[in-house]
Each structure stands twice: as structure tokens, then as C-alpha cells.
Design a binder for this molecule. Sequence first.
Ligand code: G6P
Length: 614
Amino acid sequence: MCGIVAYIGPKQASPILIKGLQRLEYRGYDSSGISLINDTGELNLYKKKGKVAELQEYIGDKDTTGTIGIGHTRWATHGVPSDINAHPHTSESKSKVIIHNGIIENYGPLKEELIKRGHTFESDTDTEVLIHLIEDVQDKTGATLVESVRIALTQAIGAYAIVIMSKENPNQLVAAKKGSPLVVGIGNGEFFLASDATPIVEYTKNVVYLEDEQIAILNRNEELKIITVGNVAITPYIHELELNLEAIEKGGYEHFMIKEIHEQPKSILDSLRGRINLEDGIVTMGGLQEYDARFNKAKRIIIVACGTSWHAGLVAEYLIEDLARIPVEVEYASEFRYRNPILSEKDIVMAISQSGETADTLAAIELAKSKGALIYGVCNVVGSSIARATHAGSYTHAGPEIGVASTKAFTAQVTVLTLIALSLAHKRGTMGETEYRTLIADLLSIPEKVEKALKTDEQIRYLAEEFKNSPNFLYLGRGYNFPVALEGALKLKEISYIHAEGYPAAEMKHGPIALIDEQMPVVVIATKKGNYEKIISNIQEVKARKGIIIAVVTEGDTEVRKMADHVIEVPETEEATSPLVTVVPLQLLSYHIAVLRGCNVDQPRNLAKSVTVE
Ligand code: G6P
């Protein structure tokens, strides 16, 4: 993960770098640092363990002048979070600095070799090895910085997005990418570089997404030049950004997470928009059309994803099997890629990812591609690595999600996956017309129902007060709401650090029931449609062990109310669309508990939003 940002142009670089790092902090926040070359040619470097705010405090009124600079916010992989391991890192002569997102896998042997050649290292990082290697190549060959970077990269194995700045040439930044994302912003006589477009959008809408093994050369007052690591010149392709500034700011909310929870009626609507013909009720997913025949013949669909996106994949398993009658397997991308899976051209692999940058998901795609499978992506970030690596796909239109705990991206994913299942079902004739129409009508009513579900906010805040000190939580659901139980538990763990487990309600008796006592809050999704009677039996099993039931029920429910300690009412939906509504109170519960516990909701410890390392 890690976030990187850089600037060269007429403006003072430091405010651009600091603001950029704040925008990228969701990518990692163990430590951060900046380096600038001032007008007298001095190279200054400041780095600090902790968040960007701590770096700012440390910098105080030290010299941060200069119109060229680089900055980094870190999520530690090699070496503990510390001032020394923070980026930027310097070369042996201290005249070159580097920022890096990714992992240089062969840094060990490279480091040994460099030590033999007289290099000394300050940190435990793989990144420091790379900048030493670049300088070593330059010292040995007398090549330019660009050429030395190119040669060094032919020796480096692993993933990288890097930017290098050298005291010898204060009018040049050299950047390169493989595996980790890097965007170049082209302004008026100035260039920006960043891990994503959020630090850039304020200054220019013109961007170039670097491809793997490309090196960008940013010379002051010159055009952008791109070459490959194999030394082939490339003509840059300039994209126009659609992102707007309001979408990446908090807009009056205390945290991004609560803003994003409240944005769900809109993001679900945006994900539905233009995909359902209101007259004939037909679903059209642009990306699916070209591959209709392949989907129709598909023997199975394998879904690969991580984290919350994996939970959306589990919902899709219920949807696609239930509605379109195609067998579905859902895999953790990290397991799938290393277990020699059986795959062929007959398989369809669906990759779900908010960021479109998750390293394991990307690697799973490459593996499936090599076996001839058709790869279909469901991504949120336009132009991301996964979106580009797939044969076809559908975007979720959730807008930028900044809070590390995913909320609106999950519901946007489930919305798009529901549309995909409906479209496949319609083409395959696996649903009756009435059933199909009822579900379409229900899906269209979801934004309004989510709006209503959000009204439980106040009630949930009181519940959070009551349960904020519980050391454990259990979440139970059945059928379509089993993945929601997993997601509710994950949200609570991620941001409040309370241990929580999600379980299929009936499976509880095979283990977790042993944990239940009068201290244990058990959140049960017990909406009317689907397995209602069965879940009532499960609630009774919990009550018989004196557990505390917090039930998410359908509006007007009286039966569960008699048994539960607390009920949270949500509007009635069809079973297949219920996850879109039942997840909302669970998101709110985790949010309020975390806030009351004084946790950093948007930047929980040890986590990062975009996991670009395996
Ligand atoms: C990280 C994030 C999660 C996310 C997961 C997968 O763990 O903290 O919120 O669900 O990565 O990310 P993706 O971008 O592929 O959906």
C-alpha cells in the first residue's frame, strides 16, 4: 500500500505534498515524510513515525521551501514503523531520494551485494536498497539518472511505484511503476505524481495512468516523456478526470465513514442508473453484452476477492445460483492464487474490488487469464489496475470511498451483482416473468428503503452506548444474510477493535454457542422473507443461554420483538435484495461503537484501504 505524491513546477511544493499526503493517508499511516530541494540546491528531508499531522508538527518552521519535492505515507511491510524506516530514503551519497509503494522481493541478495561493494544502510527497508542500487549503477556506468533507474529496474524483482529526485538535477523527477498504481497529473508548466488522482484533481484534470514497466521523465518546462524499462519510447495517453473535489472531502460530516454510510441511497441509485429500462424492465449491463454467449454457456463462475468485496462475492453466490442457476464458487484471492486451481477456457472468473488495486486479486486474475478463463471485473475505481486487467466488467458507481472500512462500496457492489444476476437470469430464462418483475421493482425501491434504514441512526447510537464495552460480539444470519453477518462482524472488528464473529445462524450450535452467556450481545438478522421461522428458532437457542439479542427485523414485526432484547426495524424487501438494507444498521452500530470508544474510525490501526502487497 503506501501513498506517494510528488510535484515539480513553479509553485511551492510543500503545501501540495502535505495536502496530497493527507488525501492519501487512507493508503497507510504508520509514518510519513517529505523531501524538497530549495532554491539554493539544498536537499531537505523530514520524516516521522505516525500520521501526517505528526510530521507537520515535527517540521514546524524548518525550511520547506522548494518547487520540487516528493512525499510518502507508509503502511509498513519491511521494517517496523519508525522514523528511520519512514520514506523518503536516501542513496549512499545522500544526494538522491526515493519514495516507493510496493515490495522489492529480491532486496536481500541485492543488499548483500551492495554491502560487499561498500554500501551502508540505515533502515530495514527494501526501498533503501533500490536507491542505493540506482546510485551504484550510475557510479559504475556514468549513465544519466533516467538510464540508471532503467538499468536498476531490470535487476529488481517485485512491485513498485517509485519517484526519485536527485540533488544533481533539481529540474527533474523520475518515476516508474510495476504492480502498484501511479498517476501523472499534467498542469500548466507543472507535473504532479500520485498513487491515485485525489491529490491531483484540485490542480488539473489531465492525467496519464502509467502502465507497468513504464518510466516517466518529468523535466521542468518540458513535455512529459515516457519510456519502458526495455527502453522503448511511449506516447502518453492523456485522460480527463471525472472526479470532483467535493466527493473527496468530508462535506460537514465528522468522519468519512459516516458520510459514506449516508451516501448509500445515492451510490446505489448511481449504480442502478441507466441499467434498467423502466418500460420493459430489461436489465442491460454494457460489459456483459459482448460476452453473452460465453456467460450463457458458462459451467460455473468463480468469484475472487478480498475483505468486504469477498463478502459481496458471497452475496453474489446466492444471487447468481438462486436467480440464474449458474454454479458459483467464491474464493479468497490470496488462497486461490496459490492453490493450483483447476481452470479452463470454459470458466468465468469474476473479480470484485473497490480499489481495483488489491495485489492478491490482481494476481488471481493473471493466473486465471493464463489458463484461458474469461475475466469479468466489478470495480469502483475507474482506470484502476484490476479494471484494466479484466476482459470486460461493470463499474460500481459508489464514488470515491475514503474511510478505510468499506461501506458504500459494498452496497454498490451488491447492487451491480444483483443486476448481473438478473440480466443472466432473464437471458437464460431461469426466472418467471412475475418473479423477475417483482425483483426489479424491489431493486428500484432500494435507495428509498436505505434512506429509511438510515433513520435508525439515533436509536443505534443509544445501543452503541449500552454495548460499547462488550469484549465480544456474535453476528448471525441465514441465506442471503449470512454474508451480511460476516460483514457486520468485520466492520466492528476493523474500527472498534472488539472481537466479533459472523456465523451462519444454524451453524452456531456447532461451536460458537459455547461462547454465549448473559454478557454476550448477539446481533441477529431476522427479516421476514427467507428462513424466518428457522432464524426464530436460532434466536430461541441464544435466549435459552441468556445471550442478549439485538435483532434487525422487518418493520412491524411482532414475533421477534417478543424474544429480542432490542429490535432495529428496517423496511420490507424481497429476500434477494435484503442485504442492501440489513447491512445499514450494522454499519451504523460499528461506527457509533468505535466513535464512543475513541477509536480513529477513518484510519483504524494496522489497516489500509488499498492493499497493494500480498
Ligand atoms: C482492505 C480494505 C477493505 C477491503 C479489502 C479489499 O483490506 O481495508 O475495506 O474490503 O482491502 O479491497 P478491494 O479494494 O479489493 O475491494
